[in-house]
Design a protein around this ligand. Sequence first.
Ligand SMILES: NC(=O)c1ccc[n+]([C@@H]2O[C@H](COP(=O)([O-])OP(=O)(O)OC[C@H]3O[C@@H](n4cnc5c(N)ncnc54)[C@H](O)[C@@H]3O)[C@@H](O)[C@H]2O)c1
Length: 364
Amino acid sequence: MKLKVHGAGSIGNHFSHAARSLGWSVDLVDIDAKALERTRRDIFPGRYGKWDEAIRLIETSQAPKGGYDMIVIGTPPDVHMSLALAAVEEKPRAVIVEKPLCGPNLAGAQELADKAKAAGVAVFVGYDHVVGRASRLAGDTAVSGGIAPFATLDVEFREHWGGIFSAHPWLAGPWETYLGFWQRGGGASGEHSHAANLWQHFAHVLGAGRVVEVQATLDFVKDDRVDYDRLCLMLFRTESGLVGRCVQDVVTQPPRKWARIQGVNGFVEWQCGREPGVDAVTAHLPGRIASETRISKTRADDFIEELRHIEQALAGDPADSPIALSRGLDTMLVIAAAHLSHKTGRRIRIDYSQGWTPSALAVL
Ligand SMILES: NC(=O)c1ccc[n+]([C@@H]2O[C@H](COP(=O)([O-])OP(=O)(O)OC[C@H]3O[C@@H](n4cnc5c(N)ncnc54)[C@H](O)[C@@H]3O)[C@@H](O)[C@H]2O)c1
């Protein structure tokens, strides 16, 4: 497998390391020569012990085009769409675009879906939690454990973003990056959109369908340097009528990344990072003693698992993957609906027949 990664930042290093762990070849590309040097000198050796000389570091203007099996877009969200469209034109087997796919204005969303389909290129989105072992176990247990009918679903990704800034010591604060700007895919609504995506994923697993109604309240921080939501509270209703709650914030510490699938006859909880390096799935099933399954993993494992998942998905029908492009685009629609709901003070209906465009959103 031959991989090209755009963006030699935090995520670009994770993917490069994961691909090398699987024995793949890696070209790591960045517009900024300083970022390439930082990768070789600091980020990669700091995380994984030593620099891997087999990784080719290339400035964007010199980057080869064509001949790759997979292309990863690991840049800030405001350039995801243009890079993803260019990557599709190179016709790799797969393109992986980091989350959030785009900004809440949905620019480029439908065009990417159309062009990827026309080119026959499978596109995946970096919502890696839904392909992790813990979320698979939680979903399977909820479905097979006898807790149905399902009463509600709750997901929270509440995490102060100090951790992100300590992983990016070259950034002085949110004003120096997309994180400080909601329209560029930052703020809690964009950065922690893993939560909305996991909510939607579990709704699919439970047979509840897509989210068709969104009601949201956001809390914005706006001054002469930044304009972002620090808190994004969302209520969802799905096609089947399942109602639940989703919370994303960049203020809570210690962090809590948690989900609960509540059935009439019991519940299943998922927690990421219950302790350092441990995810946990708790099950209270009818007629059974309550149980907790602990899943040990490292952050590096998450990305190895994601690449393995994509390799397997390519061997079958990639559209069936929980990280298929359509799932990531559905999440962008929900985030766009949350912003519109906050702005109008009304519930928003999503009409999927209008495509992944702003016209899919109707104010109720
Ligand atoms: N799935 C996850 O769990 C996860 C974790 C971290 C980050 N991310 C996502 O990954 C993306 C990048 O985040 P990060 O923390 O790695 O950012 P970062 O700032 O550490 O790195 C981004 C890099 O992209 C480079 N870049 C900018 N424009 C480019 C272009 N046009 N071509 C090539 N390179 C370009 C920058 O110079 C920078 O080096 C974001 O969308 C973020 O949300 C996802």
